[in-house]
Design a binder for this molecule. Structure first.
Ligand code: PLP
Length: 451
């Protein structure tokens, strides 16, 4: 360890972080991370810490990948920027071709963005544009769900349904509607899972009918509600919601910012895991494994062709960013995808998922663990200190203690409300899964013992 370096950042009030309590600016201590390799980050004291959340569900191929580092450096030497308004760059063109080939169905049109929020924002703006082009400007309402997270721009945050986080922040309310969360744990004990699923799907259809299908433009949904705590809807839910949308001419936007690029063992989960081809897919994170910011919105040929055939007038989609299709990010994405291919990473995820699930579920014997949700390499371990008197604030506080204990023992945890979220790099091995779960158990048991 370099003794001159601080190991904690009190930030002195200059770095206002996402979601920061402004009243604590300059007072909170943050651990410096100084190094990283594979599934581990290293703190300022030289401790290796297993990265349970995989950054923010983004470091899919793991840290320290020379192939990506080289590709980025070479691209910077060659061409560090081009204007997407007026020029082309071979790496960005190659990436768009590669992504179109990987994407399901006719989702062949790639609109590059700077991250997930801007991908969602662009999707929603495209929906509005589409309906304007088709001469139906009143078809603008968007349906989303409680506990969904779609990002932090104005439109994307308005579609998010993490209710406690909306206080003090202005949101679009008149044209955005939230359905209840399809969380199986909330199902009444006497109701079958199928009936619960049908009830949630009926809620979508009822909302469309209430607003009028001539006014509802789109339904936006994550296949797994990730930042809502890894909520896995009942089997068939996504497919049935898609059918309802099709029936009422409502566009279906699958927000795969977390689930695309391997998290569920496929490049895209919509078709391969959930059996649907949506009208649009939003992605980011795993596209570059977090090495460089980049997002991508996939738009179906059907939508583009419909606009083309609607009129002979020119139709400019007046939306985009200085960094749309940035060549350095594109080089990172290409190198990232090459790692997926070279290392058969999708097969690895599919192969290791049952082990991951079995290990995570072994935590169910801890009395305060009241729900364990796993899909692919993402998991939510829900904890309630007193099931008869649920208190999410108290339980969230408890999980911050769990997080601290785990970090001291060598594991990063990401508490979301009353759940510990795990989404490690996809390269994780069975012994590393053993360590991760053993450390999480230590954190949960010690925190409970301290109460
Ligand atoms: N959509 C989903 C499903 C996400 O989980 C996130 C971020 O976690 C976003 C959108 C926003 O992505 P970003 O933070 O890159 O803007």
């Amino acid at each position: 360890m370099d003794s001159a370096k601080p190991t904690h950042d009190k930030n002195d009030g200059h770095f206002l972080r996402p979601w920061q309590d402004v009243t604590t600016l300059g007072e909170t201590e943050w651990t410096f991370l100084e190094n990283s390799r594979g599934v581990y980050v290293t703190d300022g004291e030289g401790n290796d810490i297993l990265d349970g959340p995989g950054g923010m569900w983004c470091v899919n191929v793991g840290y320290g990948r020379e192939e990506i580092i080289e590709a980025v450096a070479n691209q910077m030497r060659q061409l560090s920027y081009f204007s997407p308004w007026s020029m082309a760059s071979s790496v960005t063109t190659a990436l768009s071709q590669k992504l179109a080939a990987l994407a399901p169905g006719d989702l062949n049109n790639v609109f590059f963005t700077t991250g997930g929020s801007t991908a969602v924002d662009s999707a929603l703006r495209f929906v509005f544009f589409y309906n304007n082009c088709l001469g139906r400007p009143e078809k603008k309402h968007i349906i989303s769900r409680v506990n969904a997270y779609h990002g932090s721009t104005y439109l994307a945050s308005s579609c998010s349904g993490k209710m406690p986080e909306k206080a003090n922040m202005d949101m679009i309310e008149d044209t955005i509607h939230l359905l209840s969360c399809p969380k199986p744990k909330d199902k009444p004990k006497t109701q079958s899972m199928e009936a619960f699923c049908d009830e949630k799907v009926a809620e979508l259809e009822d909302k469309i009918l209430e607003l009028g299908s001539d006014r509802v433009a789109a339904f936006i949904a994550e296949p797994i509600l990730a930042s809502g705590g890894v909520i896995v809807p009942p089997d068939g839910y996504f497919e049935k919601c898609h059918a309802v949308c099709k029936k009422h001419d409502v566009l279906f936007i699958a927000d795969e910012v977390v689930t695309a690029f391997g998290r569920l063992g496929h490049y895209f989960a919509s078709e391969d895991v959930f059996g649907i081809v949506p009208d649009m897919i939003t992605t980011a994170k795993g596209l570059t494994s977090g090495y460089v910011p980049m997002g991508a919105l996939f738009i179906s040929n059907r939508l583009i062709d419909t606009i083309k055939s609607a009129s002979n007038e020119s139709r400019n989609f007046v939306s985009g960013f200085t960094y749309s299709g940035h060549p350095v990010a594109a080089a990172a994405a290409m190198a990232n995808l090459e790692i997926f291919e070279k290392e058969n990473l999708l097969e690895h995820v599919r192969e290791i998922t049952p082990y991951f699930e079995q290990k995570i579920r072994s935590l169910e014997d801890i009395p305060i663990v009241t729900d364990v949700r796993v899909k692919g390499l993402m998991a939510g371990v829900e904890c309630e200190l007193d099931q008869d008197n649920p208190d999410e604030v108290r339980d969230a506080e408890f999980l911050y203690t769990v997080d601290d204990i785990c970090q001291a023992h060598g594991l990063l945890v990401r508490p979301v409300y009353n759940s510990c979220v795990m989404s490690p790099p996809l390269t994780i091995t069975k012994p590393q899964i053993d360590d991760m779960v053993a450390l999480l158990r230590i954190g949960l048991e010690q925190a409970y013992a301290q109460l």
